[in-house]
Write a protein of this length. Structure first.
Length: 424
């Protein structure tokens, strides 16, 4: 009798483990945690090496956006024109006999508020069929400019086969620029391309966002650059419609890879754009790097619907609470090893995206976690533990705001899954 009871208990435990493993996707089975979803106090410490590199003391992030008539006019145009209005945009021009039609907008050389060693960039564009937009950035290091390097592209573009992603003092790794020597300036360039014979089919851009990061030792200067905030009404739940990346209507072959498109789909649904997760995933898919997790492509997809979207970095919960208080969820890019953050639905992850949809009154975080279709809807995570998984991994977040005050939001996206034509 005793042996039968032991075998029964072991069978129950085994079945529970299998059930949990089947529910979690995008997370290795070895990383499954049976720990409760919330903990009242921090019980772990971040990996010192990662925290020192990705969230060092006195770090400051600066967001620069080009989106107004003035900011676009300060740059230079080549076969492109500025269309002013409530939603100012730069649109590809027309030259008789040109094929493909190409044009560009280049920002002025922008002096940074402090030396920086890291940069992320994103844009909001419209690319009707057979058109595309390419975003490049270069930086000045020690008086010398780097080559132009690709940060993002959307639609059908002409990409030179020898397009550099690495130079002596830095490199771009998928969607993030890392510098071995601090930079003092940056410049952005947007190339617009149309392979359509109809001159009325033109790509356009309405926002370029650049977020650069550096260490500022002076406390007064740091306070001026990154003022503290004291939002009210942050203890709320935005009730973002939930989706799990392991949903049975998602193809099994991609369920473990689409945390970013699934999180983006939830936020799009919140703003009234209920599109299939698979459709969003195919649009967000990065064919150059063969992955669904390109940060910039996710916000570009949101921008296609007329939403204002960009990449930013968060280093504390106060700035996240500002977004929640204003009714805007934030998509967080997290990463942590075993023992670095406890109380989540898994013990570690090499990279994962979640939706922050609110806060409890005690400051704990209400999350839509697409890794679990059964337990991820409104799961509550300790703020202290989630900070180690997010802020100490660089604090990258997708910021997506409601539609612009134009009829752009009523239009359907025009971009098909991205294709690229190599320049000869």
């Amino acid at each position: 009798m005793h042996n039968i009871m032991i075998r029964s208990i072991l069978l129950v435990l085994l079945l529970s483990s299998i059930s949990l493993a089947e529910d979690l996707v995008g997370i290795d089975a070895d990383d499954i945690s049976a720990a409760p979803a919330t903990q009242s106090s921090a019980t772990t410490r971040p990996a010192p090496r990662r925290a020192a590199k990705r969230n060092p003391p006195n770090v400051v992030d600066k967001l620069v956006q080009f989106e107004s008539t003035d900011s676009f006019s300060d740059g230079s145009l080549r076969n492109a024109k500025i269309i002013p209005g409530s939603s100012t945009r730069v649109e590809l021009g027309y030259k008789e006999g040109d094929f493909p039609r190409t044009g560009s907008w280049t920002s002025e050389e922008t002096k940074a508020a402090f030396p920086f060693g890291n940069l992320i960039a994103s844009f909001n564009v419209a690319t009707p069929g057979n058109t595309g937009v390419l975003l490049e950035v270069r930086v000045e290091q020690g008086g010398t400019w780097s080559p132009w390097v690709q940060m993002q592209c959307w639609g059908k573009n002409l990409i030179p086969l020898d397009h550099p992603l690495k130079w002596h003092d830095g490199s771009v790794q998928i969607d993030e620029m890392f510098l071995d020597k601090p930079a003092a300036k940056f410049q952005a360039r947007v190339s617009l391309t149309s392979l359509d014979f109809d001159s009325k089919i033109t790509p356009s851009i309405r926002r370029v966002s650049v977020c650069y990061t550096g260490v500022v030792e002076n406390a007064d200067e740091r306070k001026h650059l990154a003022p503290s905030t004291a939002p009210s009404q942050w203890a709320r739940d935005l009730k973002i419609p939930f989706r799990g990346q392991g949903a049975l209507d998602n193809p099994k072959s991609i369920r473990g890879m689409i945390c970013s498109p699934t999180s983006t789909s939830m936020v799009l649904d919140y703003y009234g754009f209920d599109r299939p997760t698979v459709e969003n995933a195919l649009a967000i898919y990065d064919p150059h790097h063969d992955l669904f997790g390109n940060w910039g492509r996710a916000v570009s997809r949101a921008g296609e619907f007329g939403l204002d979207a960009w990449l930013a970095r968060f280093r504390d919960w106060e700035h996240v609470k500002v977004e929640i208080a204003q009714g805007h969820p934030v998509i967080a890019s997290i990463k942590f090893g075993r023992g670095e953050a406890k109380g989540l639905l898994y013990e570690s992850t090499g990279g994962h995206l979640i939706v922050i949809r609110g806060f409890k009154e005690n400051g704990d975080v209400i999350v839509n976690d697409p890794a679990s279709r059964d337990k991820g809807n409104g799961v509550v995570y300790s703020a202290g533990e989630l900070a180690r998984a997010w802020f100490d991994n660089g604090g990258v977040g997708y910021v997506i705001h409601g539609a612009l005050p134009t009829n752009l939001a009523a239009t359907q996206p025009t971009t098909k899954p991205a294709g690229t034509a190599a320049a000869k």
